[in-house]
Design a protein around this ligand. Structure first.
Ligand code: COA
Ligand code: MG
Length: 294
């Protein structure tokens, strides 16, 4: 099974062979072949049918994960989407409009059956739900814990939620999320921590604004997100860089770990004139683990 990373996950509309060809060499940690909202209803069946051969061709050693975003359960299309894509080479399913842990369990049952039929090791295909696209989803965020064994991470979305709520916009004139979407974002972060899985920030729609994207990624990383969704090739490199700890941060983390290892009797130490205690040690270890093997 591939070790999944979540710095940058690039959406690629599943009906575009050209975009898929381009997307593979960009350095994204994952590609999300989208069967949902970036594909027009009339193209969905053909897009779905085209995916199997791409997954077969990608069933080789590679350093990116192959995700497919299926259509939401309420469309009636989900099972046919899954039947076309659950095969060796697939790493995970993104589930849009998830309304809670019960949806993850429901998807897990379908995957159990399809993996068996495809001769795959049970549990290979992971699940990445978008957890804030419906109001019910927001109220059920606690239900992702304890995490289903297939639950890989949580991410959130603002566009569908705004449409359901009837909002005229989800960002203010300053470009920042308005309060309802700040709430959704924060709750996604907390729900992921509660379920002990990574949180992945949502996409940055303005794909011609690398500076804005980078600044936004730095805020996301500061807050605890490990990566984010991307929609355009130009975003991948910016996102990867922004979510990578800097050498200075890694150096400090190594010094924090070393200070506690050299002084196992201490619960708090001073480093660079600042108090460092057990929460800092945990964070330092987490940061070092995130770059291990990179
Ligand atoms: N993956 C791979 N390649 C992509 C891409 C993507 N997500 N988005 C754009 N490209 C390619 C284009 O095909 C184009 O290729 P070319 O130079 O060979 O012609 C190149 O990158 C530059 O694209 P650009 O002209 O800047 O953008 P566009 O107008 O062609 O596309 C979008 C803009 C938004 C339609 C496109 O970025 C896209 O489809 N994004 C993903 C949308 C999606 O999946 N949304 C679902 C989640 S909300
Ligand atoms: Mg959506």
């Amino acid at each position: 099974m591939r070790a999944l990373k979540f710095r940058s996950l690039l959406f690629v509309p599943a009906d575009s062979q050209k975009k898929f060809d381009k997307a593979r060499d960009l350095g994204a940690d994952g590609l999300i072949l989208d069967l949902e909202d970036s594909v027009a209803p009339g193209n969905k069946a053909a897009a779905r049918d085209g995916l199997g051969a791409r997954i077969d061709a990608a069933n080789t050693p590679r350093d990116w994960a192959f995700w497919v975003r299926v259509n939401a359960f309420d469309t009636g299309l989900t099972e046919a989407d899954l039947a076309a894509v659950v095969r060796p080479g697939l790493d995970g399913i993104m589930l849009p409009k998830a309304s809670g842990g019960a949806d993850v369990a429901r998807l897990g049952v379908l995957l159990d059956r399809l993996e068996g039929a495809a001769g795959m090791e049970a549990g290979t295909v992971k699940i990445l739900p978008i957890v804030t696209e419906t109001p019910a989803g927001l109220f059920n965020l606690a239900s992702y814990a304890p995490a289903h064994p297939r639950l890989a991470a949580l991410t959130w979305g603002a566009e569908d939620l705004a449409a359901v709520v009837g909002a005229t916009a989800n960002k203010g004139d300053d470009g920042q999320w308005t309060n309802p979407y700040q709430l959704a974002r924060s709750l996604c972060l907390m729900a992921a921590a509660n379920a002990e899985v990574p949180a992945v920030d949502t996409l940055y729609a303005d794909f011609r604004d690398p500076e804005g994207l980078e600044a936004d990624c730095r805020v996301a990383r500061r807050d605890g997100f490990v990566g984010r969704l991307a929609i355009h090739p130009a975003q991948v490199e910016v996102v990867n860089r922004a979510f990578q700890p800097t050498e200075a941060e890694l150096d400090l983390a190594r010094r924090i770990v070393a200070a506690f290892e050299e002084n196992p009797e201490l619960g708090t130490v001073g480093i660079d004139g600042k108090m460092v205690d057990i929460p800092h040690l945990k964070q330092a270890r987490r940061m070092l683990a995130s770059v291990e093997g990179a």
